[in-house]
Design a protein around this ligand. Structure first.
Ligand code: C5P
Length: 353
């Protein structure tokens, strides 16, 4: 099974004051998938291990959400091979954690009706897990094209695609609610990737409301190569933000009108509250944003907690010309690139969703 996991950008990212109970920040974010993809190849059979390959087993996964009773070290095996040697291929990789969580999903009830699905969700909520069936094995190859740590959600997207793909491969009767619950355990951005290509995400990002696709069809991604660490950017956000938030961050604009706007009409309305802390920590990123805005003569925004920047165009040829212009004009020391990609692309892989 061949799966394409798209990157995302945060067209809007408004952040509220930190919730003292869980340490996360409440958000309002309009997220959109973009046409830059990692590829996952899933095989049901666990391949014989090449020398040096690492195989993740449940006892190497630390997730409090997994009921200890369900851990059967030999029952579930997932091997991950990745073409980026910098990425871990054990339980630190979200794809492996997604597979391990899914392998423990109770699916042995033989129920298929919608009422049965509702009851299975309830059982899942009560954390009733059964032992992992022995056929829930997988060998996964991951080809990375989305830069890691760039605010483009690559790891989250890989994990979400793995959940959907393995549920199909293993013929699980898993409802979207069950997959969503697993996705939310894996990370705040993961649920977005289960639900189409344009959504407003709230809560800590895990409450996903799909909206229409934007009328503008393309964006230029500026892959800055600068490393911004998400928890550190949120911490600087806390330091720079008044404890008394005015609540403005939580107001919801008329999304149905915004999706109809052309790129030049939409861009001035977009905002990312993490830009200030990210540019404060990485002034060279702020300078790159300023320079790109001048060269392209339109607003440039940051995605997520950085370090990728983006701007929008109505068509892909317009975006391709702009990306080329940036490559010609910007000469900076760091490893960086600018690429033109489609916004909210159709994802044509082996998942019929
Ligand atoms: O959920 P995820 O693992 O992607 O979050 C990474 C880190 O980003 C969290 O540990 C937290 O520091 C920060 N974060 C946050 N509020 C959010 C999402 C993430 O503070 N809504």
């Amino acid at each position: 099974m061949r799966l394409l996991a798209p990157a995302k950008i945060n067209l809007v990212l408004r952040v509220g004051p930190k919730d003292s109970a869980d340490g996360f920040h409440p958000l309002v974010s309009w997220m959109c998938a973009v046409g830059l993809f990692d590829t996952l190849i899933l095989n049901h059979r666990l391949e014989s291990r090449p020398a040096g390959a690492r195989v993740a087993t449940p006892d190497r996964i630390s997730s409090a959400a997994i009921d200890a009773r369900s851990i059967q070290a030999e029952d579930c095996r997932v091997s991950l091979h990745c073409d980026d040697p910098a990425l871990p291929t054990d339980g630190r990789n979200l794809v492996v954690r997604a597979a391990e969580l899914l392998a423990r999903l109770n699916d042995d009830r033989g129920e298929t009706s919608s009422s049965a699905r509702r009851s299975s969700t309830a059982r899942h909520d009560e954390n009733v897990w059964e032992i992992v069936p022995s056929n829930r094995h997988a060998s996964i190859q991951l080809e990375k094209r989305i830069p890691s740590g760039g605010g483009l959600g690559g790891g989250s997207s890989d994990a979400a695609r793995a959940l959907l793909g393995l549920a199909k491969l293993w013929r699980l009767d898993a409802s979207i609610d069950q997959l969503h619950a697993l996705a939310a355990q894996l990370g705040s951005d993961v649920p977005f990737f289960l639900h189409g290509t344009s959504s407003v995400c709230t809560g800590r990002g895990e409450i996903v409301q799909p909206i229409g696709q934007p009328a503008c069809k393309a964006c230029v991604l500026i892959l800055s190569g600068i490393v911004t660490l998400t928890p550190a950017v949120y911490r600087r956000f806390d330091e720079l933000t008044n404890v008394q938030s005015d609540g403005d961050w939580s107001s919801q604009p008329p999304w149905d009108e915004w999706i109809k706007l052309s790129a030049l009409d939409l861009l001035p309305k977009l905002a990312n509250d993490l830009e200030r802390p990210a540019y404060d920590m990485h002034p060279e990123l702020g300078r790159l944003q300023q320079r790109a805005q001048q060269l392209l003569d339109r607003p440039v925004r940051m995605s997520g907690s950085g370090s990728s920047l983006f701007t929008l165009y109505d068509t892909l040829p317009d975006a391709a010309r702009a990306a080329e212009h940036l490559r010609e004009q910007i000469h900076i020391d760091r490893r960086w690139d600018s690429v033109a990609v489609s916004l909210a692309p159709k994802i044509e892989d082996d998942l019929a969703i």
